[in-house]
Write a protein that binds this ligand. Structure first.
Ligand code: HEC
Ligand code: HEC
Length: 318
């Protein structure tokens, strides 16, 4: 006899469950585990739970489950029918689909991402030592490319966008060829490397104002702001990434980092004024590129973004 919900069936499922428990918080996970194990009563234990040296996983967990359920007052008795049944079905379906999503994410990650970002997501994959910049350490939970205010976590859509478009000028290529479900699944897997995603929610995305096209006036105002805000200190007078501070900058991991050459057509965070606006307002966390969300008005940030965008359109961008 086999049991559909038997969590001891494969090590992978158990690992997935453990990840999910961490993912959703202990209490929630414990409740789900309890419900799940209640349903799994009657499963035939497989070989690894029969081992004489190993604790009988089923019995310990079933006991935990019963204790937890009776503690919550939802375990049924002959006189009082169980209240678990209707809740269990949807909870189990949710749990199953979350596990399936993580397992799908793990497959995508192992195949396409692990050699750089590492099996633990800490940026130390086999190729990492030869790369500059180094692959992101996901365990730190600090992300450059976000739509959220500085210091906050990226949204799922932010991660999805980065994975879809890549990071221009680095070894992080675009994975737009992967199916959307695969990219969504690997977003979940990436999130699972950092406990920040379990403890905090992502910030509210900063919405860009409606697009304006570059006019000579806007570009002129943007150029003045560039000087007024001392962008040239890092990016240089002609925005080629060669300002007086350029050689002395490092990221939060202590690695040296160059200011962007803003005359390039393809910047890291994407193309066009929207991507530039986002970088200006949110800052690139973990790098010396600050957030100007508090020091520029929306209009000013747009003027500056339009000016920076115009630099690559003036013919000398590459
Ligand atoms: C060949 C190496 C390589 C591979 C393979 C790779 N990456 Fe990256 N990735 C990088 C590097 C290098 C960076 C850092 C770019 C930077 O900081 O400017 C990066 C950055 C990222 C970021 C942006 C983090 C931030 O700060 O916002 C995400 C998200 C990401 N990678 C996810 C993935 C996923 C998911 C996969 C697999 C589908 C993947 N990467 C495959 C090298 C790689
Ligand atoms: C203290 C130094 C410093 C200052 C001041 C600074 N930047 Fe940056 N900026 C950086 C660094 C370093 C990076 C590159 C981060 C990276 O590559 O991960 C960067 C990246 C950027 C990017 C993103 C480029 C990309 O590839 O997507 C834009 C846009 C930008 N800066 C514009 C500006 C503007 C405009 C100003 C002034 C309002 C400014 N920066 C001020 C250091 C600075």
């Amino acid at each position: 006899m086999s049991c559909r919900y038997c969590m001891c069936r494969t090590r992978g499922a158990l690992n997935g469950l453990q990840q999910l428990l961490r993912l959703n918080g202990w209490q929630y996970g414990c409740g789900l585990l309890s419900l799940l194990l209640l349903v799994s009563v009657g499963c035939v234990p497989n070989n690894h739970s029969k081992s004489s040296t190993q604790p009988p996983v089923h019995s310990v967990e079933n006991q935990m489950a019963r204790q937890s359920l009776s503690h919550q007052g939802i375990q049924g008795t002959a006189e009082r029918p169980s209240k678990v049944e209707p809740i269990a079905r949807t909870e189990i379906q949710n749990l199953e689909s979350s596990l399936a999503l993580l397992a799908q994410g793990e497959r995508v990650y192992t195949k396409h991402c692990m050699r750089c970002h590492g099996d633990q997501g800490d940026g130390t994959g086999e190729l990492s030592s030869s790369l500059h910049p180094q692959p992101t350490d996901f365990t730190a939970g600090v992300f450059k490319f976000r739509s959220t205010p500085t210091g906050q976590l990226p949204t799922r859509d932010d991660l999805f966008r980065t994975i879809s478009v890549g990071v221009a000028g680095t070894s992080m290529s675009d994975y737009g060829d992967l199916s959307e479900p695969d990219r969504r699944a690997v977003v979940e897997y990436v999130r699972n490397f950092s406990s920040r995603f379990r403890e905090e929610s992502a910030g509210e995305p900063i919405l860009a104002p409606p697009s304006r096209s570059v006019t000579p006036d806007a570009a002129q105002r943007g150029q003045e702001l560039y000087t007024h805000m001392f962008c040239q200190a890092c990016h240089g007078e002609h925005a080629r990434g060669d300002g007086p501070l350029a050689q002395s900058l490092s990221d939060t991991n202590g690695r040296s980092i160059q200011p962007a050459d803003l005359t390039k057509t393809r910047l890291k965070s994407g193309k066009g004024p929207h991507a530039i606006y986002r970088s200006l307002v949110t800052g690139l966390d973990g790098t010396p590129m600050p957030s100007y969300g508090d020091s520029l008005t929306q209009e000013e940030a747009w003027d500056l973004a339009l000016y920076v965008a115009s630099l690559s359109q003036s013919g000398d961008g590459s």
